[in-house]
Design a protein around this ligand. Structure first.
Ligand SMILES: [Zn+2]
Length: 197
């Protein structure tokens, strides 16, 4: 049998090389936001994976698991063109939402995120500031709903497969507040109470 020669490599999938990350412990994460806004969804942590809550008929909710909201942003490294998708809790997303309210878009802004504590799930503090970014040359934002649907291997009816998908996050999510709501996408919850400065 002859090999099936094909001199052109297969086209890359849309999200090839774009990793999902959380804020690492022990060092500050700095990047330029390429998303216009946060895409959010209540999620469950099941079998060491984050899976989306699917709302009123969600089997995990029916099993008594509380959903927890997570927000997602695409960011570009300060030093290269590498793009990442950053997962954030409601607490960490609140300052970003505040920036969005004031500026109308997150795209091009500079994001600093760091954990207040040494544990992989210590709470994350974020700050967003205007940045002298050339928006014409900034990488296009990651189509977040499509990215997450691919990651979560959603079928058309919104139910996640149990085994497919490559969730690269294997540390448990932060133990902070959650919201109980339908899977709304891009409608983050009211920001939690800010701790006194
Ligand atoms: Zn649920």
């Amino acid at each position: 049998m002859d090999p099936a020669w094909q001199d052109e490599p297969p086209p890359q999938t849309e999200f090839a090389g774009i990793r999902l990350i959380r804020t690492p412990p022990g060092r500050e994460l700095v990047g330029v936001i390429t998303s216009d806004h946060i895409t959010g969804c209540p999620t469950h942590y099941v079998h060491r994976r984050t899976t989306p809550c699917t709302g009123t008929s969600c089997t995990h909710c029916l099993d008594g698991l509380q959903p927890r909201w997570h927000g997602y942003l695409s960011i570009r490294s300060m030093y290269s063109e590498t793009q990442y998708v950053l997962e954030l809790t409601a607490l960490a997303a609140a300052p970003i939402q505040e920036y969005l309210r004031r500026h109308g878009t997150l795209r091009g802004a500079r994001l600093h995120a760091k954990r207040v504590g040494d544990k992989p799930n210590s709470p994350v503090q974020t700050t967003v500031s205007p940045n002298d970014t050339d928006l014409r040359t900034l990488a296009p934002e990651v189509h977040m709903r499509r990215y997450l649907a691919t990651l979560w291997s959603l079928t058309n009816n919104g139910q996640p497969h149990s085994t497919k998908g490559a969730d690269q996050l294997n540390n448990p999510p932060e133990t902070v507040s959650y919201v109980r709501s339908e899977c709304t996408f891009s409608a983050p919850p009211k920001p939690p109470e800010q701790p006194a400065a």
